[in-house]
Design a protein around this ligand. Sequence first.
Ligand code: ADP
Ligand code: MG
Length: 230
Amino acid sequence: MAIADVIEAARSEGRTVLTEVESKQVLLEAGIPVVPSRLARDAGEAVAAAAEAGYPVVLKIVSPDIPHKSDVGGVRVGLASAAEVEAAFAEIVAAAQKARPEARIHGVAVQRMAPVGAEVIVGLTKDPQFGPVIMFGLGGVFVEVLKDVAFRIVPLEPRDAAEMVREIKGYPVLEGVRGRPPADVAAIESLILGVSEFAEAHPEVAELDLNPVFVYPEGAVAVDARIVVA
Ligand code: ADP
Ligand code: MG
């Protein structure tokens, strides 16, 4: 589905928040590397989607009203069989309904389990003065506690992406520490530039969160995505 159609479908329901499934559809179309995810409305659809994605898989609650899926018990990783997927479907929906009784639930997203890599986050927000701004940081405590992040105003030149990756204090983590292989920094830069182009091409996008992006010795891929439109 084209980007405009996904956004239009959300708007027609009075939503500005795209679900992870919708956000990833849009980003795939834009050439930004994400782990594709498929919406399953019942356990049977989830098992079929898992077979297609290839085991092991990850299941996540799909609701425009639940921005932090793990907070409500809405994420299950490492599911290795149809029986596990069926059970996880029911558990995730029940946990989400219990935590957020008023939330609209579309179903459950099914996707392949990406191997663990170095975790980074890439975000886009709109500054009232500067317009779209891209944020980069390492995931988890680096961002939440240490606020170790870099910002640049859209549009970014390749040099801006290279600089922002290197200016965070945690950069040595990406160069490889304690026997861990170096992360593919060029892949991160290219992903950041892709987000910059995406923001330029789609001024209706108010926010974008890729959290986390897994980075490997070769390549990088976003496992979670969230887009908010104006
Ligand atoms: P949320 O941020 O809404 O709680 P995420 O989609 O980020 O949910 O999932 C929570 C965590 O689960 C991620 O930080 C990541 O560690 C792991 N995870 C999510 N999707 C995948 C995936 N496709 N492959 C591997 N790990 C995943
Ligand atoms: Mg996330």
